[in-house]
Write a protein that binds this ligand. Structure first.
Ligand code: ADP
Ligand code: ZN
Length: 228
């Protein structure tokens, strides 16, 4: 199954993606994670990227597109499919993705759009903590780690992303509204969109996605139409 996770920062894309990866064995490709990995290295390239990421601006399209193309080209590494998280984020990226997917013959089955309200987003992002070592996501109130500041999975150190401050979050929301929100329609027009509420608990969302996954998107849609 090949999918795209769409939605504002804090909609819960990363948390849901981690669960889907565990349950379905698909390859989780997060451009945010790839960029943070690059920044960790402290290379000139990493430093250039950091300027954008820390301020909440988008990294130039060419950079992220190249990263995605590299990752998707190895089909043998993801026989169960792929899940794109945080990509595409602009119309240019969405169109380029279609070009890449056509070339490698791995079309998406559906795009999952996770809507979320601003208060929920702010609460989630300001309390979010990320493991420096393995990237696992926790939350100081919603999903606290057993020992404060220490990752449950690998004992790594938990930290707050520099772009998870209130000011930068508002900046990211504005960038989202301007550049990313319009591509939701791009997938609706291709009849590939499924919308869920990101305000819901991840466990509930996991059930919904599992249904879509098992039924196939088109028959899931037909069934929900009958129910309504
Ligand atoms: P979130 O979904 O919480 O905003 P991400 O980890 O997906 O977090 O992204 C963090 C930052 O990485 C973004 O604010 C942006 O600077 C950069 N980034 C991630 N994906 C992309 C992308 N597809 N295009 C441009 N910049 C990106
Ligand atoms: Zn960890």
């Amino acid at each position: 199954m090949n999918t795209i996770l769409l939605g504002p920062p804090g909609a819960g894309k990363g948390t849901l993606a981690a669960m889907l990866k565990d349950n379905f064995g698909v390859l989780h490709i997060s451009t945010g994670d790839l960029l943070r990995e690059e920044m960790k290295g402290g290379t000139d390239f990493g430093k250039e990227i950091k300027k954008y990421v820390d301020s909440g601006a988008l990294v130039p399209d060419e950079i992220v597109i190249k990263m995605i193309e590299n990752k998707l080209s190895h089909k043998d590494k993801s026989p169960k499919g792929y899940m794109l998280d945080g990509f595409p984020r602009t119309e240019v990226q969405a169109k380029d993705l279609d070009r890449i997917l056509k070339k490698i013959d791995r079309p998406i089955d559906f795009a999952l759009y996770m809507e979320a309200s601003l208060p929920v987003i702010l609460q989630r992002l300001t309390g979010r903590r990320v493991c420096r070592k393995c990237g696992a996501i926790s939350h100081i109130k919603n999903r606290p780690s057993k020992r404060p500041g220490i990752c449950d999975h690998c004992d790594g150190e938990l930290y707050q992303r520099p772009d998870d401050t209130e000011e930068t979050i508002l900046n990211r929301m504005q960038v989202y509204a301007e550049k990313t929100a319009p591509i939701v329609d791009y997938y609706a027009k291709q009849d590939k969109l499924e919308t869920v509420s990101g305000d819901e608990e991840t466990e509930e969302l996991l059930k919904t996605v599992t249904k879509i996954w098992n039924d196939g998107h088109q028959s899931y849609k037909a069934k929900s139409a009958e129910r309504n």
